[in-house]
Design a protein around this ligand. Structure first.
Ligand SMILES: NC(=O)C1=CN([C@@H]2O[C@H](COP(=O)(O)OP(=O)(O)OC[C@H]3O[C@@H](n4cnc5c(N)ncnc54)[C@H](O)[C@@H]3O)[C@@H](O)[C@H]2O)[C@H](O)CC1
Ligand SMILES: [K+]
Length: 481
């Protein structure tokens, strides 16, 4: 499932047209595919209102209206802002009229059971003028099933800003999702978002990391494997005041399948953690030791940050390990503003929007409205992999590609869930060969555990420690060969 920005959609259309598949043909496919999907949720007796704009989004509405008419649905096609003006929409309008179906420029007497928004699509420019705002307010007041074509009118394709917008129950996006489906506040207007195939080849820089991807990239372990096969990870985490963060991250790493784990922490934290995690080994006073250059042998990957506060020592440790050719996960207390000097091995940062705001100097609101683009630019500029947490976690790579994760729920909005994720990422980058899918799978599984937990418990009662309790169960379902 791919995510397309406006420029990518325009390019796909242009390439198709240059190679013989016209805009008119694409609109026909779009309208027909929409009809085939939408009729599954329609009732033959429903009164349907299609609001069509003057561009190609409106054109999709015209083709949809033709099919609905043809199949005997009660449909009113209305152009509240005038007749179509784009070429393809005008052509389809001409054909629509030629077969004798009706249309109007004003909305008839209601009530309507279904309202389909084909007013504006990826060509939207904000702000909306007063007449658009009034119409959308009217739509949102109607007790009707609301369906948006491509994007709800009032939201942009690429960014999350939205003021007044069509409040859809369903949004059917053509060719693939648009970034605003995953941004805030635009995300709140989409309802159930689905992608509708219109026959164009699928290829974009961004995609949704899906169950299929997990199944393809996570396989059962070979019968002749041993603990060395899955690597030794170093987790630098936890203080006397925050021993739990190291425990949660440690559980994340071990329960996702790391071979061996060394936890660098305080002796007091180690004494507490060891009762729950006797499988790990401990580097007492780890932060101090690493700061003066001690480094355990045979480490394949390292994570630093959960529960740490001493910035000076953290900086010293980072300086010491910067040249080591092992992937480095930087989280929580280690996520201070830094320059990210060039480094041979990958750097993975795992900020929540607040931490990312401090790193980028942008407000949390700006980040949420544009989390894909901002993460992507940061990844590119600093040559780091960004895991921007929150609903729809973004994983951005320095080559401009990225994934969105859709698992997880509000149960994860709690102290400790980020520590668990850091451990899970460390565990998978240590034990799997491909770092890209390792990170994505850790994020996916972390969210999926929360989805599993809410089946049995209220999201309020779930704590971070519960996540790894169900990890084995969810992995069993996904890893089958
Ligand atoms: N490959 C595909 O995915 C296909 C998608 N299709 C559909 O086409 C639209 C995009 O069509 P386009 O004509 O470029 O843009 P819009 O329909 O969104 O409208 C453009 C039209 O509206 C004017 N406009 C923009 N903002 C405002 C505003 N705030 N107030 C008033 N008017 C505004 C703008 O000036 C233009 O005149 C895509 O979303 C899909 O639905 C194709 O049908 C098939 C291929
Ligand atoms: K729309």
């Amino acid at each position: 499932m791919f995510i397309y920005r406006e420029v990518e959609i325009r390019k796909a259309d242009e390439t198709a047209a240059q190679n013989g598949l016209s805009g008119n043909a694409l609109m026909e496919t779009a309208g027909r595919s929409l009809f085939l999907r939408i009729k599954e949720i329609l009732n033959k007796n429903s009164r349907i209102l299609i609001l069509s704009g003057r561009g190609n989004n409106g054109g999709d509405g015209i083709v949809l209206a033709r099919y609905l008419n043809q199949w005997g649905y009660k449909v009113d096609l209305v152009f509240p802002f005038g007749e179509p003006k784009s070429d393809s929409a005008s052509e389809h309008f001409r054909y629509y009229k030629s077969v004798g179906y009706s249309w109007s420029t004003s909305i008839g007497d209601g009530p309507y059971d279904v309202i389909i928004d084909a007013l504006l699509g990826v060509g939207t420019r904000l702000p909306l003028n007063q007449s658009y705002q009034d119409l959308l307010k009217w739509c949102n007041q109607q007790h009707a099933l609301k369906i948006a074509i491509d994007i709800p009118t009032g939201v942009l394709a690429d960014r999350g800003e939205a003021d007044i917008a069509f409040h859809a129950d369903y949004t059917f996006s053509l060719h693939g999702f648009k970034p605003s489906t995953f941004l805030l506040p635009s995300n709140t207007y989409f309802g159930q978002a689905e992608s509708i195939d219109i026959g164009l080849p699928q290829d974009a820089k961004w995609k949704i990391w899906s169950e299929k991807n997990v199944k393809r990239t996570m396989k059962k372990r070979g019968s002749n494997s041993h603990k060395g096969t899955f690597g030794t990870g170093l987790l630098v985490a936890g203080t006397d005041e925050m021993p739990g963060s190291a425990m949660l991250a440690g559980l994340g790493a071990m329960k996702i399948g790391i071979g061996k784990l060394v936890i660098a922490t305080t002796p007091y934290a180690a004494s507490i953690i060891a009762t729950r995690l006797p499988e790990a080994t401990y580097l007492h006073d780890g932060l101090n030791k690493l700061a003066v250059g001690t480094f355990p042998d045979g480490i394949r990957a390292m994570a630093i940050g959960p529960g740490l506060t001493d910035e000076k020592l953290i900086d010293q440790v980072l300086e010491n390990v910067w040249e080591k050719e092992i992937p480095l996960v930087i989280d929580a207390g280690a996520l201070g503003k830094r320059e990210f000097a060039p480094r041979k091995a990958p750097i993975i940062i795992t900020p929540h929007p607040g931490e990312f705001s401090r790193l980028t100097g942008l407000s949390v609101k700006e980040i949420e409205a544009n989390r894909l683009e901002i993460s992507s630019q940061f990844a590119l500029q600093k040559n780091v992999i960004v895991v921007l947490k929150g609903a729809n976690t973004v994983i951005a790579f320095p080559n401009g590609t990225g994934f969105i994760n859709r698992t997880g729920n509000a149960a994860l909005a709690k102290g400790g869930s980020g520590d668990t994720l850091t451990g899970m990422i460390l565990g998978l980058i240590c034990s799997e060969s491909d770092i890209t899918s390792a990170i994505a799978n850790a994020v996916y599984l972390h969210g999926l555990c929360a989805d599993e937990l809410v089946k049995e418990q209220n999201e309020r009662s779930i704590v971070a420690g519960d996540i790894t309790n169900v990890l084995g169960r969810v992995m069993n379902r996904l890893i089958t060969d």
